[in-house]
Design a protein. Structure first.
Length: 292
């Protein structure tokens, strides 16, 4: 078997993605390869989207998602858009059904180049997010950073979009809060047995939110699709917004709709940057014939 697999460096609103084509192969992208690629100047990424042959009837492909620390992720909306764009450019097809760790994901590219991903149904049950202790109301849990009588961040909404999220609501500009400092502490807080994605969000109108996210296993990113969805549904759930809104992340805007059937639809762009070949076992790679 050829050790090299085709891959593309892409981004979804600045969310750095490597799409690796593992179709026709029996191996997988190793954590060691992911860590090596993440440490590279030209191949640094937020998530790897590894496309494998389908194994479930009714699906087109299976997608394995790796974070920059080599851990596996359940969901990545921005990465899914990149996968759809890459496959559509190859096959001409516009819609796909993927198997992921979070379940079945449907996605479709539109005529204007934007891509919609059905991110599924949000989960609010404390033991399914999961949390380490019981909370009957996960729209606001007891968790804070800072002094007890004057916390800097407190009372986040928590939810799962296939992966766990905590959203801290703030009144001031989101950049007034040092997410680089608080993100790692909160990601690894004991209340989150599987760690969590940490978002700081400000509602700017009944139909708009600004946010940024410290991603579990990836750190601060320009965009996190599942966090945008978790933030949108939590805003609607708590009466801060309606069920259709624009969520602006550092990389740009995403359109989020929480439909009446409980499914969350995320729509946004994807962008191809360059292509090459990579060894899924070691992370060694080539671009335009030159080994990095």
């Amino acid at each position: 078997m050829n050790t090299q697999a085709p891959f593309a460096r892409m981004n979804g609103l600045g969310n750095e993605i490597l799409v690796i084509d593992m179709r026709g192969r029996n191996d997988r992208v190793t954590p060691e390869a992911a860590i090596a690629l993440a440490s590279g100047e030209h191949t640094h990424f937020d998530q790897i989207m590894a496309i494998h042959d389908a194994r479930l009837h009714g699906t087109d492909f299976r997608v394995e998602i790796l974070n920059a620390d080599g851990s596996q992720a359940e969901a990545c909306g921005n990465g899914t858009r990149c996968v759809v764009q890459a496959l559509s450019a190859e096959t001409g097809r516009m819609s796909y059904t993927f198997e992921t760790r979070a379940g079945i994901v449907n996605a479709e590219e539109h005529a204007d180049g934007t891509i919609s991903v059905d991110m599924g149904k949000p989960v609010f049950d404390w033991d399914k997010i999961p949390l380490a202790e019981e909370f009957h109301d996960t729209s606001r849990i007891e968790l804070q950073i800072g002094p007890i009588d004057a916390p800097i961040l407190h009372s986040p909404s928590v939810a799962s979009m296939g992966n766990p999220h905590a959203i801290f609501w703030v009144e001031r500009d989101i950049h007034d809060y040092d997410i680089r400092r608080f993100g790692p502490l909160l990601e690894n807080h004991p209340i989150f047995p599987n760690r969590a994605n940490i978002t700081i969000a400000q509602v700017t109108s009944p139909t708009s939110i600004e946010m940024w996210t410290w991603e579990r296993g990836a750190g601060l990113t320009k965009a996190c699709g599942s966090a945008a969805c978790a933030t949108a549904v939590s805003a609607a759930r708590t009466g801060r917004t309606g069920r259709k809104m624009t969520v602006t992340v550092p990389g740009g805007p995403l359109e989020i709709e929480w439909r009446e059937n409980d499914h969350v639809i995320m729509t946004g762009p994807a962008e191809w940057e360059w292509s090459g070949h990579v060894d899924p076992a070691t992370g060694s790679w080539e671009r335009e014939g030159e080994t990095a």
